[in-house]
Every structure is written in C-alpha cells, then in structure tokens.
Ligand binder design. Sequence first.
Ligand SMILES: Cc1ncc(COP(=O)(O)O)c(C=O)c1O
Length: 433
Amino acid sequence: MTTRKMGDSEQALVEIARRVLPAGGFGNMPQETIIREGRGGRVWDVSGNEYVDYLLGSGPMLVGHAHPEVNAAVIEQVGRGSTFFANNEYGILLAAEICEAMPCAEQVRFASSGTEADAYAMRLARAWTGKSKILKFEGGYHGMSDYALQSLWPSRAGNSEAAVADSAGIPASVGGEMLVCPYNDLEAAKQLIHKYKDELAGVIVEPMQRLIPPAKGFLEGLRALTSEYKIALIFDEVVTGFRLAYGGGQEYYGVTPDICTLGKVIGGGYPLSAIAGKAEIMAHFDMAKVGTAGFMPQVGTLSGNPIAAIAGLASLKILKRPGAYEKIHATGRAVWAALDKALKEAGIPAIVLGEPVMFDAIFTTRGSITDYRGTLDQDKAMSKRFNDAARANGVFKSDGKIYISLAHDEKDVADTAAAFTLAAKVAAEAVPA
Ligand SMILES: Cc1ncc(COP(=O)(O)O)c(C=O)c1O
C-alpha cells in the first residue's frame, strides 16, 4: 500500500552513494530517499515524491524550508561575501538577540555545530570551577565528542555512575571523567552530586531529554544542588532553544542554568551554534579577564559566519511575531492527536511522548516513560514498520522525533492524519501471527 515511486536518477544516486559513502549515506536518514528541495512544511525527493516534512533538517527549519524572508536575507549577504574570520554585523546582532531571549545569556560565543558547543560548554565548566568531572544523564544527547558519547545508547543492564563509551575509538580515560545518572531521578543525582562535589565541574542536561519531559521539580532540584557546590548547570538547548518557547527550555520550564548551548534554529538552516552564559563564566574566553591560567582559547574558521548569522536573525524575527509559538504548539497538538488516534484505531500499543513542538510515538505497552531505561523495551520492529510506511505514504520523519514548524498548515495536518491512518494499518497488518 505504498505510493512512493523511485525514479532512475534517484536509483543511480543511491548506487553512487553506496559506493562512495560508508554505509551509503551521511550517517543520518535511510539512504534510499534523496531529498531535492524543501518549501514551507514540505520536501520533495529526486524522483518528485512529495512529503509533509517533520524532520525539518533535524530541527533547524522551525520557520519552514526556503522561507522567503530568510532567503532574501541570505541572498543580501551572499552578494557581499560569505566569510571573513572577523567580527561581522550580523553575528554581533545575533549574539545581542540571544542575550535578550535566553534568561542565562549575558554573553555568547559562536561555533559551528552543536557538538562543538557542547564540548566547549563542558570545558568551560571545568575552567570556571577548576574541577574536572561532568555528570550527564543516561540517554542524553550532547553531540559526538568523546565526552558526549558516553552512556548515550548503553545496552548494559545497569545504569550505575560509571559511564560506558558508545563508540569505538574513545580512550577509556575519557569515561573516567564522566558520571552517569538516570534522567528525572533527582534522588540519584543528589547522591552523586554530594559524593563527587569536590570533583564535579558541571552537570549537563537536555531540559527535555530527547522525547522525555522533565518531571516536576527535577530541573529545579538540579539547579539548587549545583548552586550549592559551585557546579555549573549546563542546559543543552541545541534542540529546545527558541523552539519550546522563544527563551527555550529555560523559559518554558522556568529554570535558569549557568550555561546553555544553542544550535539548529539560531543558524536558520546554516551551520552555527553558540555557548551562552553568565558573564563571570564566559570571562574564561577572555584572557584579559582571567589571565593565561584560566583562559580557554576558542577559535573556529566559520564561527559566527555572517550568512548563518543573518539567516538566524531573519528566522528569529519571524518567530518573535505575535502568535508564532501559539501556532506551532496548536499544530503540534493536532498532529499529536492524529498520531495517537491512528495508533489506537489500529490497536498498536504505544504512547505519544514529548511536548507539542516535538514528540513521537514510542511503541511500548508501558503507561509512562520517565527515563532512558523506560525506552529500552520498545517494539523497534513496529516502529520501523510504522515509520517506513509513513514515509512511503508522504510523511517524512525520522524514527525518533516529529518536529513541528511554523509553516505547517491545515492541509499538512490533514494529509498527515491520512498517512498515519494508512501507516498504522500497514504496520498492524504486518505483525507476524
Ligand atoms: C540536544 C542536542 N545536543 C547536541 C546536538 C549536536 O548538534 P550537531 O548535530 O549540530 O553537532 C544535537 C543534535 O541533534 C542535539 O539534539
């Protein structure tokens, strides 16, 4: 029951990709779909198939693809040159906008990817406190650095304080600097923070971890514990920044960290990320303030790139207009309801988890999920069948998250509801007897 047709030129590209790219791809989505273009809330593949897009480039395209105002801003700058490795007007104005929007941000430093921003944020916590360990939460995603790739996808039975590396090639010594704790378990975090207070430089957390919202009091508890012992509280807002609300997870959940990292939305679809925080902490990027011993060099060829900065500024201007977040949340609630209904009608056990701006179904018989362990017994085969069928029927999404954009409209929602109904039927019928 699939509608997607693959043409010869897409097939030829897939074959080239299989030859020249390890695993035939860029390491992200299934390799058989090659996207040619996007507009608003939709994308098209090379064969001309159209999809409602809930991947949004893995999140950056919150205002929709090829937004005319973002494009016009980018084109204006492209004609004046694309990178200078020097301060530029738009990077400065974007930093000022971030300081205005994010409760924790008094100063900003730019990098190009979320991975880099998170790695710098952890180092910044070490520079500020003079301590070395970082506590992260099991299943928390903070990019691809050696420090971040610890207990992201552990399959071991326990979730003790020692981290496990998720990748080949990571020195064992790195794991020794990381502590791991279940998300939403304030008691476990408290015990670790008390035990390691003299070694602990920072606690890094996604305010909403993947699809799991914070339990009441969890972020507040981390805030209180870290303040008590001069441990930096780092919110990884690469996904949540400017998405849950204009002021990110810190505004949405009402807890202000010491440092936050940003990416995705702030570059408007171009490579840009940021570390933002209190001036006292950000001073470690300024040798004149902290001297050579406390100084943290931070240099990147494309940091604060003017095209990315102008695209980010144009996107933020659109998001700042009255009603923007209300619309994104309302669209999300409608898509959420359609997903829930389709799965229930097909008799597929699942819960839809997240916040209205980003959520997805977890195929499980559990009634609730509060941490990474709770996701381990999900029915991955059912998830694959449902998501493959959704893609085959015109909904482009990953197996992990539905991102809602400001551009999605009522027709997108109606088409999505129809595709989810079909996909749920296909997935349920394919269950082996
Ligand atoms: C919460 C979070 N932090 C960091 C990153 C890494 O960002 P990037 O892919 O730009 O390196 C991601 C990427 O999806 C993310 O979701």
